[in-house]
Ligand binder design. Structure first.
Ligand code: COA
Length: 323
């Protein structure tokens, strides 16, 4: 028997303000038709001034703890994935720790943009399997509305704010029949920095900067990399795509979800889609989609799920989980 990290609770949080494409089209030179046809996005949530990455992360974590039926005090590790922290430092994870009154624990942020949740999940899973921690909060939380150029219609229509969280618990299990994270695979290729980046930072401009993206090139890389890393992670778990109950993808563009599913020969009905409701929430998108599908009863205990994401860097990754 080996130690496995089992997801015992999921939670999410969205800003109260929900913005439709039609509402955006009043400020930006775009249309509902263009956005729906090219991306599948219909709505996004936008944070109010009092809603920050850390407050959304805290709300999502609280919901995940409640779902798991465990106390905040039992958490000994918090890994928060974000590219939009409340402050350059300290880590937003420590704000979550304080807000939830977790007590002494290990708490830090992970920066891998849209693949951040997959990176955070592998880091926490590795620390649990090494025997260093027993129970972790893994969170993806973002307020991308704060780094969007609201004059640039090619990017500002694509993103939204939100947070999702899972509670990971150290449990004994066997390779395939037992619950838990069965395999994860991560990648990075820093040669593509200029295709998706923020044009500022503390060590360069001294400003926060705005998001810049060459969307068409990102699209092309996304389909190839995501299909490959899903196959790689399934092979690492000794499983085949036909055995997968649900794919929980990063929600960037409905056309990327369709093209990736087609490339793997997966039934599109097995792909969880929330991009229409949330747009691209970067590191929050996978745990938000996971919580939505758990809450509405589609994903059930024992299901085989594959999480996948790709983002700036480029970074990308996938995780095979017996839920
Ligand atoms: N409203 C109306 N028209 C728009 C628009 C908008 N919001 N944004 C761009 N356009 C226009 C462009 O100006 C262009 O016009 P032109 O042909 O006259 O120059 C036209 O639409 C087509 O633009 P293009 O960028 O080629 O469209 P596309 O089909 O590639 O779709 C994206 C653009 C961004 C939706 C798509 O490339 C994409 O989703 N890429 C991946 C993005 C992604 O996943 N990023 C995150 C990864 S973590």
């Amino acid at each position: 028997m080996t130690i496995r990290s089992v997801i015992i609770g999921t939670g999410s949080a969205l800003p109260a303000r929900r913005v439709s494409n039609a509402e955006l089209a009043e400020q930006v030179d775009t249309t509902d038709e263009w956005i729906v046809e090219r991306t599948g996005i219909r709505f996004r949530h936008i944070a109010a001034p009092h809603e920050t990455t850390a407050t959304l992360a805290t709300d999502a974590a609280r919901a995940a703890l409640a779902k798991a039926g465990v106390e905040a005090g039992s958490i000994d590790l918090i890994v928060l994935a974000t590219a939009t922290p409340d402050q350059t430092f300290p880590a937003s994870a420590t704000k979550v720790q304080a807000a939830l009154e977790v007590g002494d624990c290990v708490a830090f942020d992970v920066a891998a943009v849209c693949s951040g949740f997959l990176y955070a999940l592998q880091v926490a899973d590795s620390m649990i399997r090494a025997g260093a921690h027993r129970r972790a909060l893994v969170i993806g939380a973002e307020t991308f509305s704060r780094i969007l150029d609201w004059e640039d219609r090619t990017t500002c229509v694509l993103f939204g704010d939100g947070a999702g969280a899972v509670v990971l618990d150290a449990q004994e299990g066997d390779q395939v029949s037992g619950r838990g994270i069965l395999a994860t695979r991560l990648h990075a290729d820093g040669r593509h920095n200029d295709l998706l980046y923020v044009d500022g930072g503390p060590s360069t401009t001294g400003t926060v900067g705005k998001l810049r993206m060459k969307g068409r090139e990102v699209f092309r890389h996304a389909v190839v990399n995501l299909a490959a890393v899903m196959e790689e992670s399934l092979a690492a778990a000794g499983l085949e795509s036909a055995e997968v109950d649900w794919v929980v993808p990063h929600q960037a563009n409905a056309r990327i979800l369709d093209a990736t599913a087609r490339k793997l020969g997966l039934d599109p009905g097995k792909v969880i889609v929330t991009v229409d409701q949330h747009a691209n929430t970067s590191a929050a998108s996978v745990p938000l989609a996971l919580d939505a599908a758990v809450a509405d009863g589609r994903i059930k205990q024992g299901d085989l799920i594959v999480l996948e994401a790709m983002g700036g860097g480029f970074t990308w990754g996938a995780a095979v989980v017996r839920f």
